[in-house]
Design a protein around this ligand. Structure first.
Ligand code: ADP
Ligand code: ZN
Ligand code: ZN
Length: 662
């Protein structure tokens, strides 16, 4: 009898032993149907088992698909992810496979039309000669592609410096050698331009992978990659699991973007997994960004990554002037400074476009009783409800709880309840007052719930029929609208005041990225940044587009606190429905952890999480920090041991290399 270890998508950090009946071939990476408890489930064959002849071992029922769904290399990668991120291996496998997993599959219709929705305005395949630094970067990377050896390169190029053009040429080279390419982007729905450029050049060889696709479409694209009819995948983080057999390069664009990190189990970072996959496949990996993460730039400085710099734009377009408006000097209560209003007016007169950024949707960020100071918070989450005027509702942005706005204060009965704070909806209303003739559009989650609306708003913008586009972070990424000459950042402090050590980094990235949307063509752009903290180094460095200055100012702060890249972190979240029980459990866990003396390692906390309650669950944090990842790992093992002693109803979540500190 042959025995195999199977990964089953259940939240347990182990595999399960099964026997393989005669006549069934269970190769590593195969998808197998099996009895699990009283259910029939599917799982992945991870390898041979050393167990022998245990009576309790059950038979596999059958193996699905004629070939394994994961290669041996991919199985190794999945094991690494499960181990490194302390995630159940079955959940990792499930995250990596967009095929029907937990039920038996029926034979589905195999043919599906390609239904990519790209507006024609985005289809373009211009031919041009690479500019000096671009050509040098390309040649260097090309020789890495030729040599097919592992190495990670940070391609640091300012916004519009032609990074995408370099990637596209590398893909051409890779394809010529009969190999395949993975192209990770933070959010695909937002970048029809890039999709258009890829499609124009590579047509049907492109596969698309992101969570917005229907399961059938995802499975269809996955099969096109597996059978070799697609050669390049463009997709969000899970595209790193593309089932290519002959991978030649991995490119991670906007490598600093926090959306590469998955916020649920398995909590992997697509960028870091990309580097690991490239290492296992022995191929080059390119990380591109105009605003590299502090970690990646530090890796470039210490020689772990190669470094290539694109300091200017091949189109000759200059970076915009950034004017910082000190909001302390603007009338209290105005959300749009006279400077910004003036600049918008001028842009309208010149028939040029404006983009305004505010990372808060809705009309007012909270409702306040002027009599007693009461604010309205979500009953499930410890945060204020946002007022949405169009729908006339108070809404929780974390759990979607809705309630009608109050006529009277629920606490003191006063009718002096007023909406305060700003959201994109309010800016839209104000703009319509100031500029009644202007065509204003808004791009945020409220305006894009319907399929097809988002691409429409973007193509209206591209075609120039929109004068002013206001939006949340949806407008910051990757867009190339040549007629935009003014960008306004309405409230730079919103990200700066976040209770997170990466707040300055996020702010620098955000301002630099949105600024990069202004003046992409032959007219110089302007950026207006509104802030109460104009002297903050993140703002000052963004004002001069000076990444190096930002890095130099940020590093000492990180060093002092032992944060990345100087220390490695694991965030332990203790959560549950009962507040007191969560607190006691967190303190209990902390006490047990602090009896151990792994040096050099610090256990910080326990403390209520900055978001102390979300969706009805209370949250406490313990932070493990060390310069030595091995010490962090040892401590995590201890967490797993101590976890079993905690009361039922308490969940302990381990987040290795956390990005979301809330
Ligand atoms: P990035 O990815 O760094 O933002 P892109 O590759 O999108 O930059 O290039 C920015 C703009 O410059 C695009 O409109 C692109 O078509 C154009 N471009 C890129 N390389 C060249 C070049 N060598 N000559 C002329 N235009 C170029
Ligand atoms: Zn009141
Ligand atoms: Zn809520």
């Amino acid at each position: 009898m042959e025995y195999v270890e199977i990964a089953i998508p259940v939240p347990l950090k182990r595999t399960f032993t099964y026997s393989v009946p005669d006549g069934v071939e269970a190769r590593v990476g195969s998808l197998a149907v099996l009895p699990f408890g009283h259910r029939t489930m599917t799982g992945i064959v991870m390898g041979a088992s050393s167990s022998r002849g245990n009576v309790k071992i059950k038979n596999i029922i059958e193996v699905l698909h004629s070939a394994p769904v994961f290669s041996q290399k991919m199985v190794d990668l999945l094991k690494w992810i499960a181990d490194y991120y302390c995630a159940p291996i079955g959940e990792v496998c499930k995250a990596a496979l967009p095929l029907e997993f937990s039920r038996r599959t029926k034979k589905k219709r195999e043919v599906m039309p390609k239904d990519t929705i790209i507006d024609d305005v985005f289809l373009s395949a211009p031919e041009f000669k690479l500019k000096d630094s671009q050509a040098k970067a390309y040649e260097t990377l090309k020789s890495e592609v030729r040599s097919q050896k592992f190495g990670t390169t940070l391609l640091h190029g300012i916004t519009g410096s032609g990074k995408t053009e370099v990637y596209l040429r590398l893909f051409e080279d890779v394809l010529k050698t009969g190999k395949e390419a993975i192209f990770l982007v933070p959010e695909i729905g937002l970048t029809p331009q890039v999709l258009g450029r890829l499609t124009a050049r590579f047509g049907d060889l492109i596969a698309i992978s992101h969570s917005g696709l229907t399961p059938a479409k995802r499975a269809y694209e996955w099969k096109r990659m597996q059978d070799g009819s697609a050669k390049i995948v463009i997709g969000t983080r899970s595209a790193i699991f593309a089932p290519f057999k002959n991978l030649g390069i991995i490119v991670v664009d906007e490598e600093h973007d926090s959306s590469y990190k998955q916020d649920e189990s398995p909590r992997y970072n697509g960028r870091d997994v990309a580097v690991m996959r490239a290492k296992m496949e022995n191929i080059p990996c390119v990380l591109g960004s105009a605003t590299p993460s502090i970690e990646s730039f530090a890796n470039a400085k210490n020689g772990k990554y190669h470094y290539l710099h694109l300091p200017d734009r091949p189109t000759g377009a200059l970076l915009p002037d950034v004017d910082v408006v000190d909001m302390r000097e603007v009338n209290a209560g105005s959300v749009l400074s006279p400077q910004l209003i003036g600049a918008i007016g001028e842009a309208l007169t010149r028939k040029e476009q404006t983009m305004l950024f505010l990372n808060k949707r809705g009309f007012a960020s909270f409702i306040l009783c002027q009599e007693c100071g009461h604010t309205y918070t979500c009953p499930n989450c410890n945060i204020t409800l946002t007022y949405h005027k169009h729908e006339n509702t108070l809404l929780c942005h974390y759990c979607d709880y809705k309630t009608p706005p109050p006529q009277k204060c629920e606490k003191c009965g006063s009718s002096r309840v007023i909406p305060l704070g700003t959201g994109t909806e309010k800016i839209e209303t104000e703009l319509k007052n100031y500029f009644p003739k202007a065509k204003v559009e808004r791009l945020d989650r409220d305006t894009t719930t319907k399929v097809g609306v988002r691409p429409k708003i973007l193509s209206n913008m591209k075609q120039g029929s929109t004068d002013i586009l206001i939006g949340t972070q949806m407008i910051t990424k990757g867009h190339d609208f040549p007629n935009v000459t003014l960008v306004g950042v309405i409230d730079a402090d919103m990200s700066l005041n976040f209770p997170d050590f990466r707040a300055p980094e996020r702010t620098f990235q955000l301002v630099t990225q949105v600024a990069g949307r202004s003046g992409r063509a032959n007219r110089k752009g302007t950026v207006i940044v509104q802030t109460f903290m104009p002297e903050h180094y993140a703002i000052a460095a963004a004002q001069t587009h000076d990444f190096f200055r930002f890095f130099d100012e940020e590093m000492p702060a990180r060093r002092e606190l032992g944060y990345p890249p100087f220390g490695r972190l694991a965030l332990i979240r203790i959560q549950g429905l009962k507040e007191k029980m969560v607190e006691t459990s967190a303190k209990d866990l902390f006490r047990k952890l602090s009896t151990i003396n792994y040096k050099p390692l610090t256990v910080l906390g326990p403390a209520p999480a900055p978001l102390a309650k979300v969706r009805g669950k209370f949250r406490w944090h313990i932070l493990i920090r060390s310069g030595d990842i091995k010490a962090v790992r040892q401590m995590i093992d201890r967490v797993a041991e101590c976890e079993s002693g905690l009361p039922k109803g308490i969940k302990v979540i381990v987040d290795v290399d956390p990005i979301n500190m809330l």
